[in-house]
Design a protein around this ligand. Structure first.
Ligand code: BTN
Length: 148
């Protein structure tokens, strides 16, 4: 005869275990970074591509700031619950382009956080000025409306 205790143990483990694993970090949604800039990322498609909109709080010419489009790509492996990604912001109000790359993490409190690094390329007048055209930095994004 089958013992009830081991069967119940296995059944309860099967029910509880998925909740114990790290929650999946999802890029889609509204995010704010440490500078106060906001971005909205749309659905990530089957090949990992996504688009969105970026509102920066800072710029070389702040009076010109306008919402700008972003295009990105997320690494898609079912097993990876904290995926890597990259996206490009093509600034609508200047000749600059910023590329961001990072990873979508779930922290120890279950909160999603995007840890990114960026390169900002500005347009310069001639090749002699190329040396000063690229800036580098980090941004940390947290979700504006946390998912339940
Ligand atoms: C420009 O000034 O020509 C474009 C605006 C650049 C804004 C940068 S991109 C990296 C950093 N993170 C932000 O949210 N804004 C700045």
């Amino acid at each position: 005869m089958v013992q009830a205790t081991p069967v119940l143990l296995v059944l309860s483990l099967a029910l509880v275990a998925p909740g114990l694993s790290t929650r999946k970090c999802v890029l889609t949604g509204h995010w704010m970074n440490d500078l106060g800039s906001n971005m909205t990322i749309g659905a990530v498609n089957a090949t990992g591509d996504f688009s969105g909109l970026y509102n920066t709080t800072v710029a070389d010419n702040p009076s010109k700031i306008k919402e700008s489009p972003l295009l990105g790509s997320q690494h898609r492996t079912e097993q990876n619950r904290q995926p890597t990604f990259g996206f490009t912001v093509n600034w609508s109000f200047s000749d600059s382009v910023t590329v961001f790359t990072g990873q979508c993490f779930v922290d120890e409190k279950g909160k999603e956080v995007l840890k990114t690094m960026w390169l900002l390329r500005s347009s310069v007048g001639n090749i002699m000025e190329d040396w000063k055209a690229t800036r580098v930095g980090i941004n940390i994004f947290t979700r504006l409306q946390p998912q339940k």
